[in-house]
Design a protein around this ligand. Structure first.
Ligand code: P1T
Length: 410
């Protein structure tokens, strides 16, 4: 039976997995070895050195390939087009290695701060990449910026932290018409493969920071790339080995273990995210809620068509600006004030000061990453307890906002 033909709730347990051949262990052992013995030079079992091949990492790579629906056979690529790296940014950096120095890249305007920084502060300099940023959720802006010499289009959807939705099908159609050879890559971290699978819309690469939903337990940093293109898989396999920023066997084990509950976790994240976003919308201390699952969200129809759930990521602006935001963030008890997202525990953060501090101030303003913007990663605790925590913290935020407003007038 082809395990990759199952529904996603079955795939998270079985995709790409087979019992360990010697003992029959149903879970892959952690192969903590750097190297493998050879009876004669060049004679080996297919495993030479862990940077190139490791059975635990391979098990995870085959799993994520199955979840994203890469469709590549073992003959086309040993791990069906899945590749695991030491971090999400290491995975992204390996994609950039596909392109010659000076290549033109078209990227979404709103991205995780570190992804934008990798483009503008590292690769624009070391690889002379010509990185053009535009609002790719707007088809006119896409048409205006896509050119025949653009080698890579990089999108996040939903974006971090403004939750913009890029229409993957429209982007694929327009970009491939203008340059059939362009590589289309989607950072699918926010959505997770449970809610959205970019290959279904004509994308070539899906990327995840496994640090987030895939691992789900906030105890390991990692990243994966998945491709459905055999030629890209061949190039990425070479680059993963040649550049060497691979995921360790232990981390691969943790992520694989986390993925087993991805489907049930995402169901809860989706439910709680929607409940909390709806509750925030009715709160008098809240100016605006940004959550694609709300019917008030401008791109709700598109989000509904492209995604099967809207995750636990909720952004909102608090009335009273920075003082109110800081007071609220200092007062939460159940939500932890911390960067990152996608774990079982709820996190809260201030993008302008924390995750998106590296975004230039004028770009932050243009994107709406204001001093009052707060981002939630709703975990899988009881939603009523989370709401009660937000409620008491918003009350403290309200008082701080009023006090600072009065002080400013005095
Ligand atoms: O942290 P790392 O595993 O290297 O992943 C980077 C990354 C890539 N893409 C997206 C959409 C991300 O959100 C991240 C990391 N983001 C955070 C740490 C954060 O709090 O937003």
């Amino acid at each position: 039976m082809d395990k990759n033909k199952h529904k996603i709730g079955t795939k998270v347990i079985h995709a790409g997995q087979s019992p360990e051949p010697i003992t029959g262990a149903v879970m892959p052992p952690i192969f903590t070895t750097s190297t493998y013995v050879q009876p004669s030079p060049g004679q080996h079992t297919g495993f030479e050195y862990t940077r190139a091949q490791n059975p635990t990492r391979f098990a995870l790579e085959r799993m994520v390939a199955g979840l994203e629906g890469s469709g590549l056979s073992a003959e086309q690529d040993e791990t069906n087009g899945g590749f695991a790296f030491a971090s999400g940014l290491a995975a992204m950096a390996t994609v950039l290695e596909l392109f010659e120095a000076g290549s033109r890249v078209l990227a979404m305007d709103d991205l995780y701060g570190g992804s934008g920084r990798l483009f503008s502060k590292v690769r624009a300099h070391s690889q002379a990449l010509d990185v053009v940023r535009a609002d790719l959720s707007d088809a006119d802006a896409l048409r205006a910026n896509m050119t025949a010499d653009t080698k890579l289009v990089w999108v996040e959807t939903p974006t971090n932290p403004m939750m913009k939705i890029a229409d993957l099908g429209v982007i694929a159609k327009i970009c491939k018409e203008i340059n059939p050879g362009v590589v289309l890559a989607c950072d699918n971290t926010f959505a997770s493969p449970i809610n959205q699978r970019p290959f279904e819309y004509g994308f070539d690469i899906s990327m995840h920071s496994t640090t987030k939903y895939l691992n789900g337990h906030s105890d390991a940093i990692g990243g994966v790339l998945i491709t459905n293109d055999a030629e890209l898989a061949q190039q990425l396999r070479f680059l993963q080995m040649a550049v060497g920023s691979v995921m360790s066997p232990f981390d691969a084990y943790l992520v694989l273990r986390g993925i087993k509950t991805l489907d049930v976790r995402m169901a809860r994240h989706n439910e709680t995210g929607l409940k909390i976003a709806g509750w925030l919308e009715t709160h008098e201390q809240v100016e605006k809620v940004i959550y694609p699952g709300l019917t008030s969200y401008p791109q709700h129809a598109l989000a509904k068509q492209q995604m099967s759930g809207f995750t636990g990521m909720v952004s909102f602006t608090i009335k009273g600006g920075l003082d109110a935001a800081k007071a609220m963030l200092e007062t939460v008890r159940l939500f932890a004030l911390a960067e990152s997202l996608g774990g079982v525990e709820s996190l809260i953060e201030h993008p302008a000061i924390m995750t998106h501090a590296s975004v230039p101030a004028e770009m932050r303003e243009q994107l709406g990453i204001t001093d009052g913007l707060i981002r939630l990663s709703c975990g899988i605790e009881d939603a009523d307890d989370l709401i009660a925590d937000l409620d008491q913290a918003l009350a403290v935020g309200a008082r701080a906002g009023v006090d600072s407003g009065a002080a400013a007038k005095a």
